[in-house]
Write a new protein. Structure first.
Length: 191
């Protein structure tokens, strides 16, 4: 992500408006790796022009040197270039940490309200489903009780009763909060 206020945005915009740089980028996107002399031959440009524009492309981080290289007949190392594997997003300004935290809180709040709204709006439709699920879980517990010992059955019965007592909207809210915590944990350094 590059802000328009960032110094590197100037070099990036300069490269993107330069016709020679665009031609070089087009050629590089067709080839995996290529040398400056090959670019010069294919685009019919002077080698010094290619060199000048390659420096701009490298500075703007659109092109990078490959780890591979070639050797000339005189034993000189020849650099090989490739297109950088990057996506670029240009923004008017950098987002502050406050904006990211605010966005996360708004997402959490809207998820809570959505879950509550689903529960209230579909109350008549959800209650029979919850009752049916509870009855089904009770039948499953009864069947399981016959197959297992008394101590294990009590634990399973308590767990099943607990799980079936939680309404669907609370499961939705809990899952959303868990997902938000995971996203925040993974992106903590970027905040």
């Amino acid at each position: 992500m590059i802000s328009l206020e960032d110094a590197s945005s100037k070099s990036l915009l300069e490269v993107l408006t330069n016709e020679t740089c665009k031609r070089i980028l087009d050629l590089l996107s067709e080839k995996d790796e290529i040398t400056e002399s090959e670019i010069s031959k294919k685009l019919k440009l002077p080698l010094n022009t290619v060199n000048y524009n390659m420096k701009k492309l490298i500075h703007s981080k659109l092109v990078e040197e490959s780890s591979n290289f070639l050797w000339s007949e005189k034993g000189k190392k020849i650099r090989v270039y490739k297109v950088s594997n990057k996506d670029i997003l240009i923004t008017p300004r950098k987002k502050s940490r406050f904006n990211k935290v605010t966005t996360s809180l708004i997402t959490l709040g809207s998820t809570f309200l959505l879950g509550l709204g689903i529960r209230l709006f579909f109350r008549n439709e959800l209650e029979p489903i919850e009752d049916s699920l509870y009855a089904t879980s009770e039948a499953a517990i009864t069947t399981t009780q016959k197959a297992l010992s008394a101590g294990t059955v009590e634990n399973i019965s308590k767990l099943s009763t607990f799980i079936s007592s939680i309404p669907a909207w609370e499961w939705f809210l809990g899952g959303s909060i868990f997902a938000l915590i995971i996203v925040l944990a993974l992106n903590w350094r970027k905040l």
